[in-house]
Design a protein around this ligand. Structure first.
Ligand SMILES: [Zn+2]
Length: 75
């Protein structure tokens, strides 16, 4: 899949190809169709949240559809 990541704190975004993750037991996987960027993502990009590791794929304000569920998820 294609993703946009921050390679290191303070560096520019870069487009990468990465494996599609499989959901863990109590997770769902969302096929993202659109993603917003908010000011929290600026803090992530600039490395201003403590305990954040890079490279990191920011973006938590997504629209998409659930395309896989973990084995403990009730459907
Ligand atoms: Zn946000």
């Amino acid at each position: 899949m294609k993703a946009v990541q921050v390679p290191e704190a303070g560096e520019e975004f870069e487009v990468i190809e990465t494996d599609v993750p499989e959901p863990e037991s109590e997770e769902v996987r969302v096929a993202v169709e659109a993603c917003g960027i908010c000011h929290s993502d600026v803090f992530v990009k600039e490395g201003q949240f403590p305990g954040i590791d890079h490279p990191r794929i920011p973006g938590h304000e997504v629209v998409g559809r659930v395309d896989a569920v973990g084995e403990s998820v009730d459907t």
